[in-house]
Design a protein around this ligand. Sequence first.
Ligand code: F0G
Length: 438
Amino acid sequence: MTVGVQRSGTRQVCIACGNEMVETDPHPRCTRCGGLLEIEHRPPKGPELLRRFSERRGAGPGALASGVWRFKEVVLPTATDVVSHPEGNTPLLHRPALDRWTGLSDLLLKHEGHNPTGSFKDRGMTVGVTQAKRIGATAVACASTGNTSASLAAYAAQAGIPALVLVPGGNVAMGKLAQSLAYGARTLLVRGDFDDCLRLVEQASEQLGVYLLNSINPFRVEGQKTIVLEALEQLGWEPPDWIVLPAGNLGNTAAFGKALVEARTWGLIDRLPRLAAVQAEGAAPFARSFAEGFARRHRVKADTVATAIRIGDPASYDRAVKAIRETNGVVLAASDREILEAKAAVDAAGVGCEPASAASVAGVRRLIAAGTIRPGERVVAVLTGHVLKDPGILLQYHRETDPPPAGANRPIEIEPTLAALEAVLEARFEEPGPASGG
Ligand code: F0G
């Protein structure tokens, strides 16, 4: 798909040493010090930007209808031949049952599971694969807990570029692995965890010349910024008090902070919402650093049912520290049990999400209980992935966990008779269903 060419002052800058690199440099890190890179733009002023963004809203067909590319001035203005599904344009949902469950009066859910491959990764991948094509990459690669690989597989297939994905062998949700295979990526089941996969793929990108598309790639971050931009637009550019998101490798936390600070600099909003990044207790090195005022970086051996965020050494740590500091944010951890309870509540409200996504809703409940978020504040919680990504955990929770958790919805086997069906109906109406708790 094509979008109009635009002259711009876009460049890559190292956040550690300030080294500047041209926009088309293929190195995933600073070539001087190995630090993380950030993209800088010089877009038109706020009112002009707002005019262009709103003009393109609902436009189509074509790339400018994408919920990423209609913000192209602040994403990748010089892109012309765009690899877009399209993606983005995800809903902002409100469900009273989840207000009751969290204790909030108006919880909004930005549901990124509505993207083409079922997660927010598509927003970064459309930009990353567009950049890969632009610089003539002959192969692309990523390490992944499952969603990045599913997304890369789909966009690389569309671009006609061979894709290599590295996933932790025993810990990828079924839906995600199935997607990688279906879209034709060369899929490596690594005997190790995500952190091992990331180390290996970084070496491969340095030594074997494949273009790295993990979120350390700054173009991915540019695409993921549009989650925030789109949510702000849906709120009429009236910022919420809080944006709450699950955190693993910290690419999204970094992207959200960057989007917010830029939006204020460019005059799109007049104040910053606070970010709340929620990790799983068994994979919470960032929460631990936050509790110590970011005195030092921690690395842990990660373990959690939320396999998407089963990460012990998050790659975007430095960028994410900046994001939390700049937004006066907080970082916390939720237990697996809280995550599964939150997921059951989100699912039973008819919304549905994967386990890692529910960490944000579990986090909202915790922050309200702690008095950090006040019940009347406006909160946007991001649901990062679709309910069908991880059917394994879902069926285990509802069908097999013994004793059944409060939200369990056991399937019932019956004889093919009306009498058997009637007996079930009578029994069910006597028991409280899974949604009645909130
Ligand atoms: N939610 C879901 C559903 C994810 O897949 C991920 C990350 C996150 C939250 C955390 O985002 O890493 O930017 O802090 N998934 C990556 C992957 C690691 O490989 O799919 P993050």
